[in-house]
Each structure stands twice: as structure tokens, then as C-alpha cells.
Design a protein around this ligand. Sequence first.
Ligand code: G6P
Length: 465
Amino acid sequence: MASTHGAEVLVASNRGPVSYQVREDGSLGAKRGGGGLVSGLSAIGPDAGALWVCSALSDGDREAVRQGVGEPGVRMLPIPPDVHADAYNGIANSVLWFVHHMLYQTPLEPVFDAEFRRQWASYETYNRAFAEALAEEAAEGAAVLVQDYHLTLVPGMLRALRPDLRIAHFSHTPWAPPEYFRLLPDDIAHQVLTGMLGADRLGFLTRRWADAFTACAERFADGLGGTEIGVHGLGADADFLRRRAHEQDVNERMGGLREEIGEGRKTIVRVDRTELSKNIVRGLLAYRALLEEHPEWHTRVVHVAFAYPSRQDLAVYRDYTAEVQRVAQEINDAFGTPDWTPVVLHVKDDFARSLAAYRLADVALVNPIRDGMNLVAKEVPVVSDEGCALVLSREAGAYEELGEDALVVNPYDVTGTARALHEALTMPAGERAERAKRLMAAATALPPKQWFLDQLQALRGTQPS
Ligand code: G6P
């Protein structure tokens, strides 16, 4: 099946670098995706024979596939929407995401029944579509870099189709410890692990997640076999961020935000997808506790919280979004004055406005329950005009690199988080600047391009299995 003119480097992920919308006049508009992976792959580019295989997610994407239009170097797979919904909403986001982020709790306990088995079959179909497309597109001996929990079965499937390939899989999430991973039915746990172990090399964001995977492989499969494990802590893209954060649209949004915040007030900034693992509600409760414990902050601080919609097909995400809005409103009702809004909450996605908030931040609040890395923790120190203080959860992957210069919190400890916010707000300017400088250096230690090239080089150096 190897094509003689195939791609030398292939990336596979659910969400791709570009998405299309059908405009009102029926034409197609393309929007470039953000994120480390997109900027990382631009280091290689289609000219170098690289190909990105991803799902056609929107109606516009499917229309682009139908019309045969698209970016060079990108192949979108028109997975049937019902198969994709089962695989993405049902398995990847409701089961695997929940297991790795340890989000199950009463009454949200998993039920692995016939419906789950049906969705699992879709997950297999979906993974197989990727494996077949990659097998078709890859040149002899090519390097294939598969991304994330959506595609755990691809390495094993692809290995069976194309034993000549070098295959890597990278997890952008945490990995669950064995005691939690064993929530999965035994055969499913085994399939996930052996699927991934079909790769020559598995990548993780931190040593902690890599060790958890190894422990699961030892306990629920036959160990790592010949598979290598690597840790690659994706860093912020300083060049891109600094340039982008000073463009006209960001300056304009800074003006708008300044008006919402009011003159001379400190800002505590957070930017997340509205995602259960990001712990936005406890962040708001900590801010509320700060206002209760320290009335001196009334009218002098504003919590700028951007909580962008995510995975809204899932009821639990919709409910969480509503709860975030309700708690923010309660704080504003309880403490607000005619010219002070204690929480400025925005839920409409706007990257330029996020950068504007980063620039204005005195304090960044990053308090996830569990997070593979959390790039916001790395981006704010790079972009903030005055060098902000960082309040950081010890359960974020970023903690391993930034922990020394951040104010570290247990994400469940609302009182402790409130204390850390107070400490961050009152940190002497000199200390804050010193810490910010070190945070920035650590945050940019492995920029996306290098992150990607390191993995490619390591993969090419592996022994063929
Ligand atoms: C996490 C995952 C990514 C995912 C992103 C956004 O960072 O590791 O694979 O793309 O969240 O989530 P979404 O479901 O919108 O793709």
C-alpha cells in the first residue's frame, strides 16, 4: 500500500490546522486554527513533504472535502457525523478525557453498557479511518506523529498495515494512574494500551504522565515492550505571541477592557475553555473568598475571566457553563457597586481579547484540577506588559517547569487559593519582576517548532520494531 511519492512526515489529529465555514453566499471561508501543534508543524510545512491528516468537523469542512478544495499539506477525513459524534463526544470526551483528568465523581460515574459498546465500535471505526488514510499517504519508512486520546488505536492499526513506518503517539492530556485507569473495562483498557504501544515512541508533556502510563502498561498490558517513552514539555511560542499581542486589534481590545475594568484597578486574569478540569467555579469562589476576607480590595480589583464555549454537545459542559455564569453573577450581585463590576466574564471566543487581557494582567489564575500542561500559564508571563504574578495549580503539567516562581495552590483548596491571590496582589514589585523574568524563561524553554523537531528526530532515531 506504500505510495512511492507519499509524505515523509505525517501528523494525525482530530482537530486540524484549518477549518471552513460556508458563508451566506455559499462560498467557503477558511479559518486557521491556533495552538502549539499548528505553529509546530509550520516548521516542517507542506513543501518539505509533510502532511496533516485530521477530521472534517464542520459542515464547511465536509463541503471543502466534497469540492476537493483545501490547503496544501492537509487531508481532512469526511468521517460520517454519527460515527464522529460517538467517537468524539461519546468515547474521547466523555470517557477517556474523564479518566485521564480524574473527573468522575458522583453522580457522574461511568456506566459501561451496551450504548458504550456501540460508541466504542464507532471509536474503532474512526481510528481505522485515520490508520487507513495514513497508510495510503505515507512514503516508505515515513515518520507518523499521531496526536492525543482521540486516536489511541491508530498506532497499532497502522503498524499492522505498514510495518515499514516509524510511528509516534503524543498525549496532550495527563495520563491516569493505574488505580483510576482501571475504571475502564479490562478489554477496553487493554485495547487502548496495546493500541498506543503499537508506536515506536510515546510522548508525554511531563515525567508524571509518562510514569503513569508506564505503570498502567506494566499493570494492564505486557509492559512497554520495545516502545520508547519521551517527555517533551511544550513551551509558549514567544515570537508569535509578542508580535501578535501588539497588533492593532489587540490594542483596540485593550481599550475596551480598560473601560470595563475601570481606572487604577488590579486585574486577576484567567482564560480557559469552559472545561470541567479547568476548575473555573472554584476559581470564582476563591475570588469571592478574597473579597470576603479582604474588604480592602473592594473596588480595587477586577477578576477578568474568559471562559470560552467548549464541547457544547455534552450536557455536562453546558451545565458547567451555566454554573460559571451563575456564580460570576452572584459575586457581582453581592459585591458590585454602580461603578465597579468585580467579575468581568466573557464567554465568546476572541483570541485578540485574550491577548489584551494577558497584557493587562497583574495576576494570572491557572487552577486546573488536572491538566496535561496548560499553555495559558506559559503564555501570560510572556505577554503581560508589567510582568504578572502566577497563581498555579500543582496539578497542571506546567507546575513541573514553573512551580518555583509561581504561587502554587491545591486546586480544591478555595481558602488557600484566595490566600495565594492576596499574596500575588500584594507581592512587592521587585520580587514580581524577578519571578516574572524567570517564569518567562522557563515558559519559552521549548518553543513549538523545537518541540516538534525534537520528537521527529527522536522518532527517526528509534529502532524499527
Ligand atoms: C485539549 C486536547 C486537544 C483538544 C483541545 C480542545 O487540549 O488535548 O486534543 O483539541 O483540548 O478541545 P476540542 O474538543 O475542542 O478539540
